[in-house]
Design a protein around this ligand. Structure first.
Ligand code: GRG
Length: 290
């Protein structure tokens, strides 16, 4: 267990260093824009999605260096979505990653540009990676585009906004969280599997794991949102409109977290003893408090 905790910490340090290296500004006129991008990107994110990329990479003996641009791209897209999600015309949140939301520091105009700047940089780092073949770069960029667009985050957010303060059926809530949250977990695992030349069966197992883990993660997010204190979880609470807790209550939601985590762990049994880190990741996320 200690070795795995060390692995998580080392991965966080590695990804933080790479993110800084991929966001260097050499045009002083843009200082404030880069500050805004870095303000949320370098703050205390858990880096779950890049860590998941690295763990999947390990299944295929792929080094962190080979996965660095994809792992950073996923984190940049995630961070861009957080900045946009917090804007007044979206969730209108005040607190993110333990600090004031980006737009409260830099203004809505700058943070909107920072969010788009991070999205564009995500594609740049992958497409300029000399360690990836053109075929792989194309596949990864295409996967990033689909998780970002109407079949991913944008679509999920749209339906979320459409149902703001309105009751919804489970199928709608499922759509929102599948697209807003689980989709980026799925893409993170799939991209690492593509780099690892995984078979179709292995890719399916990883996607299945990630989809279930993403759901467990989101339901727990809803529970923390309903029960946690802003100062402890580091972000605005009671802001999420579409919500498992409002639909099912706390106890049933906790049961669902457990069930989705178990389904995730079942999905990666094909990797035998190599699945250990994925199992521990699932168990750790089950206990998370932030
Ligand atoms: C991609 C710019 C862009 C927009 C897409 C705004 C939007 C449309 C989508 C919002 C997606 C969103 C914020 C989903 C919530 C996902 C979620 C559970 C976030 C919390 O993730 P953690 O706990 O956060 O991993 P940290 O801060 O640790 O990284």
């Amino acid at each position: 267990m200690e070795a795995i905790l060390k692995y998580f910490q080392e991965s966080q340090i590695y990804i933080n260093d790479k993110l800084r290296a991929f966001l260097i500004n050499d045009v002083s006129l843009l200082d404030m824009l880069y500050e805004s991008m870095g303000y949320t990107l370098y703050s205390s994110g858990k880096r779950i999605r890049p860590i998941f990329c690295f763990i999947v990479g390990d299944l295929f003996n792929i080094s962190r260096d080979k996965l660095a641009t994809s792992a950073c791209a996923v984190e940049m897209i995630h961070t861009a979505s957080l900045i946009m999600d917090d804007l007044p015309h979206m969730d209108d949140a005040q607190l993110r990653r333990g600090k004031q939301a980006n737009h409260l520091v830099y203004g809505q105009n700058v943070s909107s540009l920072a969010s788009i700047g991070l999205l564009a940089r995500a594609f740049e780092v992958v497409l300029n990676d000399p360690g990836l073949s053109d075929v792989k770069k194309n596949k990864i960029a295409s996967r990033l585009a689909s998780v970002l667009g109407t079949n991913g985050l944008v679509g999920g957010q749209f339906v979320d906004l459409k149902y703001l303060n309105t009751s919804m059926e489970y199928s709608t809530l499922h759509y929102i969280h599948s697209h807003k949250t689980a989709a980026l977990f799925v893409a993170s695992g799939e991209i690492a599997a593509i780099i690892g030349n995984a078979t179709e069966k292995e890719i399916q197992a990883i996607k299945n794991y990630a989809q279930n883990l993403g759901f467990a993660f989101q339901i727990l997010d809803d529970i923390l949102d309903a029960t946690g204190k802003e100062a402890e979880i580091g972000k605005s609470v009671n802001n999420d409109s579409g919500n498992f807790v409002t639909l099912f209550g706390i106890e049933k939601s906790k049961k669902l977290v457990q069930e989705y985590t178990e389904s995730a762990i079942k999905a990666i049994k094909i990797f035998n003893e190599k699945s250990e880190k994925l199992i521990i990741l699932g168990q750790m996320l089950l206990k998370r408090k932030v």
